[in-house]
Design a protein around this ligand. Structure first.
Ligand SMILES: [Cu+2]
Length: 155
């Protein structure tokens, strides 16, 4: 919770908005869905993070989801350095990336984000309750421009 507060604060600073405006609601509902319920059925999607020839990537980097569908992301960092997986709107990720340029050691363990050390695995259960185009991205400075971004289409 400490981290959550500081992240929200940093994002609010970056966005020039009061912290409350950036915070999740009580139900965890966001513009891009909400934390999933691990007891309910979910489609499993495996995502690998790695570096390759000066690029950094997610495999796969494209996902189609039915509105309302719950996804269990099984994440694995096959790279040599830390990576993270952050689900968000394109706009949120841009703002968040700017905030991380001044706070590169920010650790993510929110319902929509996971940071993984090399060879580590992790899991996120997320329900996509809204139609639209969203992203999963690695917001560690330099990684997004190197290619660490994927598209989630909810329809
Ligand atoms: Cu990365």
């Amino acid at each position: 919770m400490m981290f959550r507060r500081s992240l929200v604060g940093v994002l609010a600073l970056a966005a020039g908005l009061p912290a409350a405006a950036r915070a999740h609601t009580d139900h965890g509902e966001t513009d891009y869905g909400k934390p999933g319920d691990p007891k309910k059925p979910a489609r499993i999607v495996q995502v690998v993070m790695r570096e390759a020839d000066g690029r950094m990537l997610f495999v796969p980097d494209r996902l189609k989801v039915r509105k309302g569908e719950q996804i269990r992301f099984l994440l694995r960092n096959n790279g040599e350095i830390d990576h993270e997986f952050v689900i968000g709107t394109v706009e949120d990720n841009r703002k968040h990336m700017k905030a991380m340029e001044s706070h590169p050691d920010m650790e993510h363990d929110d319902p929509n984000a996971k940071r993984l050390k090399p060879k580590a695995t992790g899991e996120i259960v997320w329900q996509f309750t809204k139609a639209g185009t969203f992203e999963f991205a690695c917001l560690i400075p330099g990684h997004y421009p190197a290619g660490m971004v994927g598209t989630i289409t909810v329809e």
